[in-house]
Ligand binder design. Structure first.
Ligand code: FAD
Length: 392
């Protein structure tokens, strides 16, 4: 694979870099870091990307994508993470959007895609249920057809950002006979519908992003069914492959590792910077090497997708290794912070200032435990690889 950049790629990189430097301003960053202003700031940032025409690099051009080739997408992603810019909220843009343009009808495309691209609608993902996580096809939330409406009853759990959402895309059971995968349908549900209740779940990082969503005889127009009734599993699986590829987060791990290296250069251990410790250097280098290898694997998957292919078992491989690397970087950063990871930023004495990355290290580490679970746990991804690659 040729990995050197052509002059036009370098010009593109400069264009992306200049846009980020100007558009991702300090005031916006402060609002993104404040829980009270987070939602509005995310929407504003995504609207800036939309105005620039860069909101959906993964979408086909006819639906609002950028038309970039694999190299341009790679450059964009690298520049985004290097600049410390958070990725877009995935539920609309990376998950339900692609399902709608691939499997939805013309009316659904016209009705929902603009709201996703312009971030006017905040989406959440209603797949998991209390008894259906890894074994997703066991889901029980049922939708019964009554005239031109489905009546939905049941509960979803771990629904990220449901408290902000205008819409939820849901897997529901429309048929209990035969194979459990074959009686599932894919419904788009307005979160303002009567009968929906959102119950917060506060996670180990002390933040509220997770929820339980209850459905009590919620009426959903048949027009909100994607594709055919009972065929939702096919659409759901297509979405999961994209989700897993995105979860790998290689560029973000690279940036986080570079930051950790800088912190280690500042931390004094036994009279010397921690970075000069041979054992620390070995740990850092091991992660760097593995990340580099993973980056090339990701590039290969991106090249397959760019040439019209769909990510298959490779996306499971990327998910496993990508999340393991995220956790390795998070653990290293916790060790660099040492006991400062237990100190809240406001509690630092003037002498301790400069260690304020400690509380952020702790929070990222805590939430980071989830990455090997969500998007399909890593154990389950290993089963997928065993079946698809080893034929077991
Ligand atoms: C932070 C976070 C955000 C999430 N956001 C969303 C969201 O927005 N929308 C949504 O729908 N879901 C979401 N989820 C749910 C997530 O997809 C599930 O947690 C995940 O699929 C695992 O299901 P479970 O929690 O029911 O665990 P279980 O399926 O009960 O698994 C428990 C353990 O058993 C292991 N295991 C299970 N089956 C097998 C097997 N066959 N072979 C080997 N090991 C196995 C698992 O690996 C795991 O370690 C989120 C989860 C988290 C943690």
């Amino acid at each position: 694979m040729d990995t050197s950049f052509a002059p036009e790629d370098l010009a593109f990189r400069d264009e992306v870099r200049a846009f980020f430097a100007q558009a991702y301003d300090v005031e916006l960053q402060a609002r993104l870091n404040n829980l009270e202003t987070f939602k509005d700031a995310v929407i504003e940032w995504q609207k800036r990307l939309y105005k620039q025409g860069w909101i959906a690099p993964g979408w086909p051009k006819e639906y609002g994508g950028t038309g970039w080739n694999a190299t341009q997408k790679f450059i964009y992603e690298t520049e985004r993470s290097t600049a410390g810019i958070r990725d877009v909220i995935p539920f609309g843009l990376n998950m339900v959007g692609p399902v709608i343009y691939a499997f939805g009808n013309d009316e659904q495309k016209a009705r929902f895609l603009p709201g996703i691209l312009q971030s006017d609608d905040w989406w959440c993902q209603g797949y998991s249920e209390p008894g259906a996580g890894s074994d997703l096809a066991s889901l029980k939330t049922r939708a019964v057809l009554e005239g031109d409406e489905y009546v939905v009853t049941g509960a979803k759990i771990w629904t990220s950002y449901a408290q902000y959402a205008d819409w939820i895309f849901c897997l529901v059971r429309t048929n209990s006979e035969g194979k459990k995968q074959s009686g599932i349908s894919f419904l788009l549900i307005d979160m303002k519908s009567p009968g929906i209740k959102v119950n917060p779940i506060v996670s180990i990082d002390n933040h509220h992003s997770l929820n339980e969503v209850e459905f009590n005889e919620v009426r959903v127009p048949v027009a909100n069914l994607i594709g055919e009734q009972d065929k939702g599993w096919t659409y759901a699986k297509a979405l999961l492959a994209h989700e897993r590829t995105a979860i790998a987060g290689v560029a973000d791990s690279k940036r986080s590792l570079a930051e950790t290296r800088a912190f280690a250069a500042r931390e004094i251990n036994g009279g010397k910077p921690l970075l000069s410790d041979p054992l620390f250097q070995k740990r850092l280098s091991d992660i760097e090497i593995e990340l580099m290898a993973l980056e090339f694997t990701e590039l290969r998957v991106l090249a397959t997708v760019a040439s019209g292919g769909a990510p298959g078992a490779e996306s499971s491989m990327l998910k496993i290794k990508g999340t393991e690397m995220q956790q390795a970087v998070q653990e290293l950063r916790m060790d660099v912070a040492a006991y400062y990871q237990g100190v809240l930023p406001n509690d630092l004495t003037p002498e301790q200032l400069g260690h304020d990355f400690g509380s952020q290290a702790r929070q990222t580490y805590m939430y980071g435990r989830a990455s090997t679970i969500y998007g399909g746990s890593n154990e389950v991804q290993k089963n997928i690889i065993a079946k698809a690659v080893l034929g077991l």
